[in-house]
Design a protein around this ligand. Structure first.
Ligand code: ZN
Length: 755
């Protein structure tokens, strides 16, 4: 799109009340007209003007078990046509993603248009009343959202993290500029108060002026506060919707809202041989951080910025990036800045093979050095080989010098190799990579799966075929999917698994607000048939078994909305229900691993046979690594979903971030011994990174540790043991990279002669 001179001024807001009649804002009650929207019930409310549409869930539960009455669909409107839904959930949450005890939701339409629509939602969160009003004016591209919390209890609620969230559906996320993306942090250094979800043809921006903390890579914009009885806390925010990739309107909103001195830069973007770049993107950096971009058209661009110092560069999809050049913009400036050096896309074709036999290997290819586009639809940083042609990857990419890290087996089966490649514009470069495979646990009956993995439902962005490519590249033996409260990807993954001749474990992640559970294997595509947002733990477990589950796994048990955490806080409906089987080591919450291990060991000490499981919780295979932690299960015959689940339930398994473990006495089995007599527990180990140590755990305490000098890739350890009463032994193995494996226990049962 071309930005006209008139459009850039913040004056735009003043025009908002004098649009033509068709720009009026209106309400639709019933299934939302937003394409792909979730608010499908007869009571759902959709608000529409000429720029955007949003829908509140009524009658259908919102995701993640939050109460009804929240925004679950947001779409741009183009030329009077309502577009696709781009959010899973975009609304207020009272204390990060902790459980949400709720007894009512009251939604009222306060104004019905045509100048504006105002809707009020009242919900309770424990003893706190939460009132949110949503206002959309005709012709406005932003929903104004104002939430007030009121504490009707007698207790002071300290250190609450409250605020708006933006959980997009598909596309990419441009986090708060200046703050390093991470799970959770303060917002120190933030250069703006907004997060942008975007793709080539849309943006949804959450502006959160109250922001002082953020979480989940900026999906959650919080203020940390204390809520005293009677004292209200108010949060105002805006959700802005755009119908192109352009962030110029977002920056204009920043300028208008904070009364910043406006300035502007515009110019031409051409290739090195003088042709106009059809769809250029010009990126502005502030203090070295990506701050904003504009999507130009036909070789021209214009971007409003608050006055200040920037550096800017131009690029385009799979084009080279120009050098970033300094730009000083004084208040009111309108600078001209042309780019004339872009080089057109090149192509690269990888053939990745097993160094030993030349067979094609599924591989993950990551740019280590080279162009890594900040605007993510311009080009990926991670690539996978194809499903059909093993070991082949063929893709367009910006020209230039690259170092690619090429890996097959996820660092568990062999090392990765670097490939140094120069890619020329307009040409295909062929790259052959031969990878050594060091280990093959399958030959000893050990098979691996990543038992927590999302595809493309809810906030996840990985289509089933890409999930399969990523899991196969990681060297996982069975494919696995667990989407939030959804089984829609089962059929597609079963077809892929059949074509590739591998087994597939169909799962689901039950996701109420107070605990997440994976259940597997399920009858293909079977639906839960319960309202997960209001169900008790017993009802969820019963649904899991009805759907075919052999195992139910407690996911990330100690995170704020984990089941064990909610049990500690007394907010899990139905309390403790012992009818689960596995407890998850979750790579996305690795800082809890030690706590999870101790919780599982405490169960073993009490004689309860809950065993370890492991998953990465991957949503986006290009930015997260499938199989980074995984479960290895010992199978007697061919791998199948059922055999794998049964081995997990029987404890014939271990979980690992790297080391491979082979026990002489199978994990999960009962070893009968003479009381007090010495016996030996023997283990083989393998590790691509090199082994560091193996600790023998008895009843939750380290009984003996073997350290391995020189970080060998293969090692053996014999542990001498004896027992006079029933006990158990397990291992914690560590490699030189600090990656650990936790094994299930060997149960030891000393038996006295009764005769
Ligand atoms: Zn989860």
């Amino acid at each position: 799109m071309k930005i006209s001179n008139g459009a850039w001024a913040p004056l735009l807001a003043a025009l908002s009340l004098c649009g033509p009649a068709h720009a009026a804002v209106r309400i639709v009650i019933g299934p939302t007209p937003i394409i792909g929207g979730e608010a499908r019930a007869s009571r759902a409310i959709t608000v529409i003007n000429d720029k955007l549409a949003f829908a509140l869930a009524l009658g259908t539960p919102p995701p993640y078990g939050v109460p009804r009455g929240a925004i679950v669909d947001v779409a741009p409107v183009r030329a009077g046509r309502v577009g696709h839904d781009h959010v899973v959930f975009a609304d207020f949450i009272p204390n990060a993603w902790s459980a949400w005890p709720n007894t009512y939701q009251r939604v009222r339409i306060l104004e019905r248009g045509p100048a504006q629509v105002v809707i009020r939602t009242r919900r309770d969160w424990g003893k706190v009343r939460i009132e949110t009003t949503y206002t959309l004016r005709s012709h406005s591209d932003s929903i104004a959202i104002r939430t007030t919390m009121r504490n009707d209890g007698t207790e002071v609620l300290k250190n609450l993290l409250s605020g708006m969230t933006l959980w997009p559906k598909g596309g990419f996320l441009f986090g708060v500029p200046g703050v390093k993306p991470s799970v959770a942090s303060g917002a120190t250094g933030a250069l703006a108060d907004r997060v942008v979800a975007y793709d080539r043809h849309w943006t949804v921006t959450l502006h959160a002026p109250y922001l002082d903390h953020l979480a989940n890579e900026s999906r959650d914009l919080f203020r940390m506060h204390t809520l005293a009885p009677g004292a209200p806390a108010t949060f105002t925010a805006r959700l802005q919707v755009g119908s192109s990739c352009d962030l110029a309107p977002v920056v204009r909103a920043d300028i208008a809202h904070f009364h910043l001195p406006p300035a502007r830069v515009h110019g031409a973007v051409r290739t090195s041989d003088g042709r106009a770049v059809a769809h250029p993107v010009v990126v502005a950096l502030k203090q070295g951080h990506t701050y904003a971009w504009t999507c130009g058209d036909n070789g021209a661009y214009a971007l409003d910025l608050p006055a200040g110092d920037y550096s800017i560069y131009a690029t385009a999809k799979n084009y080279s990036q120009s050098a970033a050049l300094p730009l000083h913009l004084g208040a009111g400036a309108d600078a001209t800045f042309d780019f004339a050096s872009l080089r057109m896309p090149g192509r690269v074709r990888f053939a990745v093979t097993d160094a030993a036999n030349g067979a094609g290997l599924d591989a993950r290819i990551v740019i280590r050095k080279g162009v890594k586009p900040a605007v993510e639809f311009l080009g990926r940083r991670t690539f996978f080989t194809q499903l059909g042609r093993r070991g082949i990857a063929d893709f367009a990419i910006a020209p230039g010098h690259y170092v690619f890290a090429v890996a097959s087996g996820g660092g568990f089966l062999g090392p990765s190799r670097d490939a140094s490649v120069d890619i020329a514009p307009g040409r295909t470069t062929n790259v052959k990579v031969r990878l050594p495979r060091l280990f093959d646990p399958r030959t000893r009956g050990w098979y691996s799966a990543d038992l927590h993995h999302h595809a493309d439902q809810a906030e996840a962005v990985t289509p089933p075929a890409d999930l399969a490519r990523s899991q196969l590249a990681a060297g996982l033996d069975l494919l696995f999917v667990s989407d939030h409260d959804s089984t829609v990807n089962h059929a597609a993954l079963q077809r892929i698994a059949d074509r590739r001749g591998v087994a597939f474990i169909p799962s689901i992640e039950f996701s109420p607000s107070w605990g997440h559970f994976n259940a597997y294997p399920l009858h293909l595509g079977e639906q839960p048939g319960i309202d997960i947002g209001t169900a008790t733990v017993g009802q969820i477990f019963a649904a899991a078994r009805r759907m075919g589950a052999v195992v139910v796994q407690v996911n990330h048990p100690f995170i704020p909305y984990g089941y064990f955490k909610s049990l500690e806080q007394g907010v899990a409906p139905g309390g403790f229900d012992p009818a689960f089987d596995l407890v998850e080591i979750n790579a996305a919450n690795f800082y809890d691993d030690d706590k999870v291990a101790h919780a599982v060991w405490a169960f073993w000490n009490a004689g309860h046979r809950y065993y370890f499981s492991a998953g990465t919780d991957t949503n986006d295979v290009w930015n997260e690594v499938s199989g980074r932690v995984r479960a290895f299960a010992h199978l007697d015959g061919k791998p199948s979903a059922l055999a794998f689940a049964e081995a997990m339930r029987g404890g014939h398994a271990y979980v690992s971030y790297g080391p491979l473990v082979y026990p002489s006495v199978m994990f999960g089995s009962d070893l009968k011994v003479k009381p007090g007599a010495a016996f030996t527990l023997a283990f083989d180990f393998e590790s691509v990174a090199g082994l560091k140590s193996a600790a023998l755990i008895e009843r939750g305490a380290v009984r003996a540790t073997k350290t391995f000098a020189g970080a060998p890739r293969r090692a053996h350890a014999d542990f001498a043991a004896s027992a006079t009463q029933a006990t158990w032994f397990s291992l914690v193995v560590e490699d030189r990279a600090g990656h650990k494996a936790y094994t299930d226990p060997i149960w030891v049962d000393p038996v006295r002669n009764p005769f």
